[in-house]
Design a protein around this ligand. Structure first.
Ligand code: ADP
Ligand code: ASP
Ligand code: MG
Length: 466
């Protein structure tokens, strides 16, 4: 079989974790499987890089740089020593080389007092740059040829949208040419989270983007299966940190996973299903720390069962924008003006609802896009197209997902009746046209309770015959 296996930051947290990852790879290699690997940064490193990089342009001095470089050096050298002792000299020098590059760019950001999207992308790619050579060396340590390469070298071409780029379809052929000949002869270890534009400028694919890298590369090499290795047994009925008796699901459809990840299930990057779906490749989510568990299988048509609702998500980092104005009544083109101006400012609208009087349109956006959205919409107030734009941070979005909801009457009634009985006030409702999702907005303090009520109402903790 040909596999693309991706290991997340939680799977490569220390030397012992890396050895565990290599055990898994070695076992498949010995069984005659062809393997390509995608790896993320060590857990927490991308966050650290973002924090330091964003503070530097306004920092009063550059003292944050040295401790970061020192900490990264210690963490990665310790991992290298524990996971690939025979390769310390050569790989250690490569790590130090990367750290010098990182240090130089950080000083440049401080001195210039400017962090552009392009330089930010370059900086935040260093977590993967530091980790991948260690994993490749740990594989070589077991006598299996392996080499680390970055996303661009592996053939991933993207749009130039820094921080949230999308892979271009022409990546497929490039990946096939670059990675195809290596398969079976060695295990290439590809740095997740990044690609480059046609001009060769580095881009990143958005937070958690290594899942997306895995799917792009899996599609490029025509993998039989894409395996996403993480720290839980599979995709669960809800975030286990919110619902402690959340259950691992055996099977989901591509559509269901897209709805879940789009609405915040952190276990997968929102765009990571599309490349696999395009090539109809089975995706499996598995636990590095419990590899014998079958995990969750994601295919075109997940197994049908009599459950209409399969899973729930909950995102609290969202904000509501209310656009009011009687001018909107019966006036064609107002919605177009709103969405065009938001798209021009790269604001991603997660949910939309329009009152039947047409005097009000409400939107849900990611909290990080709120100020850009509000500033952009102020122009429409000035132009007299809308009267007023207000916003509310104290909200969260909950999504109820299940392909079986399409055409099953009564699910909406059940959702909102049980919420009403629990005293949860619903501020906004939206149903996607796929009918695999009903999402709604409640105040932030009601969010966890809303999810708990629905998890119980649809008995999601109980095994079904999925
Ligand atoms: P990785 O480093 O492997 O990419 P992440 O931290 O990005 O791991 O994703 C795995 C985590 O996602 C889990 O530890 C879990 O806490 C969280 N999570 C949120 N929602 C879900 C869900 N529905 N199913 C499983 N895990 C979820
Ligand atoms: N390291 C990146 C992040 O933390 C990508 C990933 O982990 O998938 O977002
Ligand atoms: Mg992840």
């Amino acid at each position: 079989m040909r596999f693309l296996m991706k290991f997340g930051g939680t799977s490569v947290a220390d030397a012992q974790c890396i050895r565990r990852v290599v055990d898994i790879l070695e076992q498949h290699h010995k069984a005659g499987d062809e393997l390509a690997v995608v790896v993320s940064a060590r857990r927490g490193v991308t966050d650290q890089l973002i924090e330091v990089a964003t503070k530097l342009p306004v920092a009063k001095d550059d003292t944050a740089i040295a401790p970061l470089i020192q900490a990264l050096s210690t963490q990665h050298m310790t991992m290298l020593e524990g996971a690939a002792p025979a390769h310390i000299a050569e790989v250690g020098a490569a790590i130090e080389d990367q750290l010098i590059k990182l240090q130089n760019i950080l000083f440049a950001i401080y001195n210039l007092r400017e962090l552009t999207p392009r330089s930010k992308d370059y900086i935040i790619s260093f977590g993967e740059r530091l980790l991948a050579p260690i994993l490749a060396a740990a594989i070589r340590e077991r006598g299996i040829p392996s080499m680390a390469m970055d996303g661009c070298e592996a053939g991933i071409l993207t749009t130039p949208q820094h921080g949230e780029s999308t892979a271009l379809h022409e990546s497929d052929d490039r990946i096939k040419t670059k990675i195809g000949p290596m398969l079976g002869k060695q295990i290439p270890v590809i740095m997740g989270f990044m690609g480059c534009t046609r001009e060769g400028i580095l881009t990143t694919l958005g937070r958690s983007g290594s899942d997306y890298s895995a799917s792009i590369l899996g599609a490029g090499i025509d993998a039989d299966e894409i395996w996403i290795w993480t720290d839980v047994d599979g995709i669960m009925t809800c975030d286990p940190r919110v619902i402690n008796d959340a259950r691992v699901m055996r099977s989901l459809s591509y559509l269901e996973v897209m709805e879940l990840s789009y609405f915040g299930a952190k276990v997968m990057h929102p765009r990571s299903i599309e490349p696999a779906m395009r090539k109809n490749i089975l995706v499996r989510v598995k636990n590095t720390f419990n590899p014998s568990h079958p995990g969750t299988v994601i295919v075109r048509n997940g197994q049908r069962d009599n459950r209409v609702v399969k899973a729930l998500t909950y995102i609290d980092k969202v904000a509501a924008i209310n656009i009011n104005g009687a001018q909107m009544i019966g006036r064609p083109g107002v919605a177009k003006a709103i969405f065009t101006i938001l798209a021009d400012h790269e604001v991603n609208v997660m949910m939309i609802s329009q009152g039947s009087s047409e005097a009000n349109i409400s939107l849900i956006v990611d909290e990080s896009h709120l100020s850009a959205a509000v500033d952009a919409l102020a122009v429409l107030v000035k132009q007299g197209i809308v009267r007023e734009v207000s916003h509310n941070h104290d909200v969260c979005a909950v999504a109820v997902v299940g392909a079986g909801m399409a055409g099953a009457p009564g699910t909406g009634g059940r959702i909102f009746t049980s919420l009403g009985a629990a005293g949860v006030n619903v501020m906004m409702i939206s149903q996607g046209s796929s009918e695999a999702n009903i999402s709604f907005v409640v105040s932030q303090s009601d969010g966890p309770r809303a999810v708990r009520v629905l998890h119980d109402e649809f008995q999601l903790s109980e095994e079904s015959d999925e």
